[in-house]
Design a protein around this ligand. Structure first.
Ligand code: 5CA
Ligand code: ZN
Length: 412
């Protein structure tokens, strides 16, 4: 599937420090340890109602990861999926009387436009579930052959993954059984499906039902389950033990637990990803922003109102990526004020030298993406420039280059 347009990254003298990120599985912040090329997989949208500020916050977070890794001298092999076949898409299409394929195509296009407007660096590979069905079929076949999967015995021979297929199942979320049972039921699982060996066994292949799309396979026509889609797409492009698996905290369980377990069941117990990185949930008026609650603030609506996408970036970066946080009018207003001040300061003829501020920006971002501290360092430079002035004619351009390269925000 076509990705979106690239955004140039200006050169910044020197290199940034190695990136440290919080890993959900080990509950600690530790260095990311890539080779020359860092490998990152981030779960993409289910295209039925994009792009709200929660999505934007998540993709902007991993855009920072991408930028900081590049600044530290790495190339980044970034892969993202699109869940373009799934129940929520069919439900929305039925409700609105449109074809689910057309709904998906339109929302994916809008998402691309929003990502390009936000200056999010595009993934090297942007892969739809539909275009990866053959990869899923191959992986499910291997899981069946190894005994990690089984078909239920009734008129719809759906294929399930055995939760006990890997010894370490549960390490990614660290949740206890009761929490898993609750979240599994809440987040698309089917604990009560008759014929399963364990209520927590996860769907790998859904046998064809009347009126549902399906693809051929050696185990009968059907369509992929959700978690296996991300396992197949990630493992086939990045291998196992890739550097970073990313998404919102709503994906910690079940989605990332099973994506990992499916991949690990065939990889002799090696970890699917070295780092599992999760963003906090963005909410509105005290509630999580979600399609089901209908309280979405869409990036495209803000853009249509004339909001500069750089203001959306700075508004979302004002809080730490791991914190659940609310989007309010004052977040928008404060980001707008901040951007104006930075732009004003970057435009003055002479300013205090940029080197210390650029070093602070790099240090804070490398420290588990501490954007509040990074923004404060730039506020201080803008304050000094506008209040006291300076003598360095290159400082404005130097700051602008660093802010563009590292935060994706253009100042001039
Ligand atoms: N297609 C699947 C992942 S394979 C999916 O979860 N799609 S989604 O459209 O529901 O979400 C896309 C991404 O946005 C996911 O990483 C999800 O965790 C994140 N996300 C969704 N809602 C929010 C929110 N309110 N705040 C922050 N991130 C969110
Ligand atoms: Zn996913």
């Amino acid at each position: 599937m076509q990705s979106w347009s690239d955004t140039p990254i200006p050169a910044v003298p020197g290199t940034g420090p190695p990136l440290r990120l919080h890993d959900t599985a080990d509950s600690c912040t530790r260095p990311v340890t890539p080779g020359n090329t860092a490998t990152m997989y981030v779960c993409g949208i289910t295209p039925y109602d994009a792009t709200h500020l929660g999505h934007a916050a998540t993709y902007l977070t991993f855009d920072l990861v991408n930028r900081v890794l590049r600044d530290a001298g790495h190339e980044v092999h970034y892969v993202q999926n699109v869940t373009d076949v799934d129940d929520p898409l069919f439900e929305r299409a039925n409700r609105d009387g449109v074809d689910w394929r057309d709904l998906g195509t339109g929302e994916i296009e809008l998402f691309r436009e929003d990502m390009a407007a936000l200056r999010v660096l595009p993934p090297r590979e942007y892969v739809g579930a539909i275009e990866s069905v053959e990869e899923v079929v191959e992986l499910v076949g291997k899981l069946l052959a190894s005994g990690a999967a089984y078909a239920v015995e009734d008129e719809f021979p759906d294929i399930y993954f055995r939760t006990d297929a890997t010894e370490q199942f549960g390490y990614e979320s660290g949740y206890d059984r009761a929490t898993m049972e609750r979240l599994f039921a809440e987040r698309g699982g089917d604990p009560d499906r008759p014929g399963k060996r364990d209520p927590l066994d996860a769907l790998l292949w859904r046998a064809e039902r009347p009126g549902e799309p399906s693809w051929p396979s050696p185990f009968g026509p059907g369509r992929p389950g959700w978690h296996i889609e991300c396992s197949a797409i990630a493992v086939n492009r990045l291998g196992t033990e890739f550097d970073i698996q990313g998404g919102g905290s709503d994906l910690i369980y079940p989605h990332h637990e099973y994506s990992a377990a499916h991949g690990e069941a065939l990889a002799a117990g090696r970890r699917f990803a070295r780092h599992y990185v999760h963003t906090g949930m963005i909410g509105l008026d005290g509630e999580k922003m979600s399609k089901s609650k209908g309280n979405l603030v869409l990036v495209s609506k803000l853009r249509a109102r004339g909001v500069d996408p750089a203001v959306i970036r700075l508004g979302l970066f004002a809080g730490h990526y791991r914190a659940d946080r609310m989007w309010t009018d004052s977040v928008l207003t404060e980001a707008d004020t901040r951007l104006r001040r930075w732009r004003e300061a970057a435009a003055v003829a002479a300013a205090p030298p940029a080197a210390d501020t650029v070093a602070r920006l790099r240090t804070h971002l490398a420290d588990d993406l501490d954007t509040p501290a990074a923004l404060a360092a730039l506020d201080a430079w803008a304050h000094d420039t506008l209040e006291y002035g300076g003598a360095d004619p290159a400082a404005g351009a130097d700051i602008a280059a660093a802010v563009d390269a590292l935060l994706g925000v253009r100042l001039r």
